[in-house]
Design a protein around this ligand. Sequence first.
Ligand SMILES: Cc1ncc(COP(=O)(O)O)c(C=O)c1O
Length: 418
Amino acid sequence: MHDEGQFFMREPWVYDPNALQPSAGDAEWGFATKALHAGFHPLDDLERFRAFAPPIVPSMTFPYQRFDKIPYPVYGRTKTPTAALLEERLATLEGGEACVTAGSGSQALFNLIFTIARPGDNVVTTLNIFGEGYKQAASIFPERCGVQFRFVEDPADPASWAREIDDRTKLVWVETPSNPCLFVTDIRAVADVAHARGVPLLVDNTTATAALQQPLALGADIVLLSITKFLSGNATVLGGAIVGPEALTEDIRWNTTEFIGAIMQPFDSWLTLQYLETLALRMDRHSANAQRVAEFLVAHPKVKLVNYPGLPDHPQHDLAKRQMKANGGLLSFAAPGGIPAVGRVVDSFKLIIHAVTFGASRTICMHPRTITHEHMTPAERDRAGIDDGLIRLSVGLEESDDIIADLDQALAKLSVTR
Ligand SMILES: Cc1ncc(COP(=O)(O)O)c(C=O)c1O
């Protein structure tokens, strides 16, 4: 695919709504098989490695064989053999053409927007986005780069998306299901609206992962991933990725990452390759556990609301059923009594861990109001559904009875009821 010495001076990517996006190889395999085999087969590199597991190549530079022939990869900021293997596997799992990794999911988002938008351009999104993404949208890009962000009024209504798009819109960005309120957006409907105006659709697939949701097959053009979460699955890796047309991923790599960034490090890339082998199994169990926990919470007298797309009264329950294979491991719930009640519940947990991440094998709780979404204004938090008493719960892989017992004893410490 890449000729040595041919990669410098990439042309900026120009979105073509009519171009069919070719996907990376191994399309005939099922998901679990791709997660194990895409990009590396022991026999392919038998001569060099004689190994069952993919190798780690920690080198950060790659020798020139001749003065006038640039090696490929050339330097570890943009490409290494181990990260290239991870990128190929992620592209295959998402059904995309190519992938470029980044040091975190937040960096991947930044690199994408920094690459495709110029002062005066805008991006259309909603308030149903992760906290660091909101910070980029609400202040970093507008104040420092002159790129504006428009938050649609009603993300369930395609007309509301259409209203915000204009001739300077470079990207429509959807996070679904969203963190922390699990709002589910109709990917196909928003893709149609964006494409009618010649604008590409980005879907953040971090909470569902490709094991449960395939945004590109539903009409999206670009996928954002935080590898830190379910993809790695145990909070030992920080990383992110953009999957999409190769002309875009290489524009990001050679015109942004090359100068200010770094792709994922070889050891982290290698760990992620190991963890991806169990992604499908893990997501099934996260989903089954979260469903049981959500059903327990919704029936609990001291819980006033539960956000989980697997519950029949979730506003987008039917859409989630159509769009996702299962509902994943993330949910949120609120107890009456606001921040003091949250403190009492969180400090009473014996099994559940209070920490800033989700998607780990162990169950984790976190308070979005004071931690991830503290930069939103109170009015924006109201619009996004981030109640003062909201607790985000990333349901892990433990026995679901043990998670429920821990929640039960912690909620028993509250004197208030709904
Ligand atoms: C939905 C979503 N996307 C992206 C990110 C960014 O990931 P990272 O923590 O790897 O920067 C997060 C982080 O919480 C997230 O929740």
